[in-house]
Design a binder for this molecule. Sequence first.
Ligand code: 8IG
Length: 269
Amino acid sequence: MSTERPDPYALAEEAAVALRQRFDIPGLDHAYVLGSGWSAAADELGTSLGVAELAELPGFSAPVVAGHGGQLRVVRTATGAIAAVLTGRTHLYEGRGPAAVVHGIRAVAAAGASVVVLTNGCGGLRPEWPPGTPVLIRDHLNLTGQTPLVGPRFIDLTDAYSPRLRDLARTVAPELGEGVYAQFGGPQYETPAEVRMAQVLGADLVGMSTTVETVAAREAGMEVLAISLVTNAAAGISPHPLSHDEVVQAGRDAAPVLRGLLTGIAGAL
Ligand code: 8IG
């Protein structure tokens, strides 16, 4: 019993088998997780090899947030790579636990993906990055108190966000800035005091995803590129209260830029 692999990894293997069968592919090369504001890019990452509803695949479940899609698409990109595109993710605040949050990451890794591009919508702490600004994540603060790892899995997180891939992203969009992303558990947005705390700790961006997924991706040996879209000034930075509608609207407005950015990255990977 004690020598068996923990269940989440077996479930990821099962999902990988289902992916290969369902899409009739030998495996995956890359994966994209599209967060708030990013789903408009899904159609342009490559030519479609098929679409599945997340809820139909082993271990996945449908997303709970309106404006978050819920599909896994497979595309062939301009470079000939086979890529999974997940339009939706499970968040910690759903209460299904960190293993459910990272199942998609483990599944695409089990299917052979060596690169994952994680995207999200987030709150911005820097006035020079107003809503609508995409920012590369260069490091993170996991403030959730949670991890997908159980047991003596001493994963190195130096350069968790691949310097090679950040350089590659800048060949596509030289103006991209880089910041430290702090993940809170949510689902409530921060208080102004929590945002000041994050600022003191070195954060530039605040959100509710990505860091736990990055830990799982690094455990699986994948290279990670993560890009945030600032959709709102973080609480207390902005003079007005945050609203989910504002977040959704910022994503809509930024859609053409994000599409170009991700398509450019897919063409360079
Ligand atoms: I979109 O301001 C989005 N997601 N924690 N704070 C946190 N998550 C977010 C925010 C924000 N905006």
